[in-house]
Design a protein around this ligand. Structure first.
Ligand code: GDP
Ligand code: IMO
Ligand code: MG
Length: 434
């Protein structure tokens, strides 16, 4: 693969997350020397499978299992030290190797235990209109960042850290109390606050032993030297804080522009933009999903695709591929190459539908309107013939069944971007590069 010098390539999800970013970043890592996360935090769950093992990463970039590359947690990420410590341990990478392979931006914000508490209080108080948050403290941590009251990784080595921590914690506790949640008795998901706080502090001690860097300087120095960098998105474009189905979104910019602010690279330093999508759609949590299937087909998709959240274990809502939404996501990020995952899951269907437009008040539209509400948007479908073939026998794109190649062509013609990779299984090896 040819990689442009002095540019950072970006890989990001084009749907509602869980498109298979972790698997593909792990596959592409040998072509890069640095993998960087630029937004999101432990709400992400990126699954990697290789050599009979399975790992789920939340905050650590998905290049961590390759010894030759460095992994950076950029300034745009929010880190929960408690979960982060457990995640580091789950990789079974030795402390010395982790120290040499992982860098953390001093400007990345911290998720406090009280952010988690507040996330749950805010979500519970929404009743039926809840977002379906992963309850990892994402929203409150980004709120503090924007409100200019947050704590950053670089603060943990300063003498004022404890004092700042206690002030912020008290502020969160009084906000939760104002919402009617008494901090001594409120235990969301059985969370024991004191124990969590103790583990959080242990996580802080672990972070202190890692390489804490001025990452925007470092990244630009590396770009200058010609180091090949891949930025790994989290969540998906339809969960973007500005362009997603607001308010049912996450709290960061998940589109390509997020890589610029989340790592400190100029927009002109973005090279290839890999947009990854599932051959169908899934969504966890609340919010509009025009092509959602409530029938047996949806259940079959969930079963065949093992569609249960990597972070929360929640069943994912399933439906047909939504091309106007995909085209919108491609437009927002200037996607140059598409990656289609989970083609194998659709092998069970005789016929496969794709949404090509929506009907809104009897008018046909092929874009996402402000009123993006599944009650008002009726999908218009085109039906393609299924391939009904076990894809494990295909090693090259040419060997794929003709119906699948037609499906790929239909997508390419609609969004006007070529499909570069087709993924046919969760393992690193089940990846077909065109
Ligand atoms: P991410 O958040 O985008 O990294 O995706 P997740 O890891 O949350 O969810 C994707 C799931 O699909 C994981 O369980 C992957 O192991 C699995 N997966 C990835 N690519 C494929 C594929 O091509 N086929 C199948 N069957 N599973 C895949
Ligand atoms: P990856 O990186 C799928 C969803 C949540 C919820 C909404 C807001 O694995 O693709 P938040 O915790 O951010 O307050 O939740 O966003 N969500 C994801 N859905 N994959 C993810 O990440 C997600 N991260 C957040 O389910 O609907
Ligand atoms: Mg995921």
């Amino acid at each position: 693969m040819e990689i442009r010098k002095n540019k950072t390539d970006v890989l990001l999800g084009l749907q509602w997350g869980d498109e298979g970013k972790g698997k593909i970043v792990d596959y592409l890592t040998p072509a890069y020397r640095m993998i960087a996360r630029f937004q999101g935090g432990p709400n992400a769950g990126h699954t990697l499978e290789f050599e009979g093992e399975k790992f789920v990463l939340h905050t650590i970039p998905s290049g961590i299992f390759h010894t030759q590359s460095v992994n950076l947690i950029g300034n745009g990420v929010v880190i929960d030290p408690c979960g982060f410590k457990k995640e580091i341990e789950s990789t079974r990478i030795s402390p010395d190797d982790m120290h040499s392979r992982l860098l953390i931006s001093k400007k990345a914000h911290l998720i406090l235990p009280s952010h988690k508490l507040l996330d749950a209080a805010l979500e519970y108080s929404k009743g039926n209109s809840k977002i379906g948050s992963t309850l990892k403290g994402i929203g409150p941590a980004y709120t503090d960042k924007i409100a200019r009251t947050g704590l950053r990784v670089g603060n943990i080595i300063q003498s004022t850290f404890s004092e700042k921590y206690n002030v912020l914690k008290k502020h969160h506790q009084s906000m939760a109390a104002a919402l009617g949640f008494d901090v001594t008795s409120f235990k969301p998901d059985g969370m024991d606050f004191d124990l969590y706080e103790q583990q959080w502090m242990e996580g802080i001690e672990l972070i202190k032993k890692l390489q804490l860097v001025d990452s925007e300087i470092l990244v630009n120095q590396e770009l200058e030297k010609g180091t090949r960098i891949l930025a790994e998105g989290a969540q998906g474009s339809l969960l973007d804080i500005d362009f997603g189905s607001y308010p049912f979104v996450t709290s960061s910019n998940t589109v390509a522009a997020g890589a610029s602010t989340g790592m400190g690279i100029a927009p002109s330093a973005i090279g290839e933009v890999f947009g990854i999508f599932k051959a169908y759609c899934t969504r966890v949590g609340s919010g509009p999903f025009p092509t959602e299937l409530f029938c047996e087909d949806g259940d079959d998709m969930r079963k065949e695709g093992n569609e249960f959240g990597s972070t929360t274990g929640r069943p994912r809502r399933c439906g047909w591929l939504d091309l106007p939404a995909l085209k919108y996501a491609v437009m927002l990020s200037g996607v140059t190459k598409l990656i289609m995952t989970k083609a194998d899951v659709l092998s069970i269907f005789d016929n496969i539908k794709v949404c090509i437009a929506y009907k809104q008040n009897n008018l046909e539209i092929d874009y996402l309107p402000f009123e993006y509400d599944d009650e008002k948007l009726d999908p218009v479908y085109h039906t393609l013939k299924g391939w009904k073939t076990d894809l494990r026998i295909s090693a090259t794109f040419d060997e794929l069944p003709v119906e699948l190649k037609e499906y790929v062509k239909f997508v390419e013609d609609f969004v006007k971007v070529p499909v570069y990779i087709v993924s046919t299984g969760p393992d690193r090896k089940s990846t077909i590069v065109r």
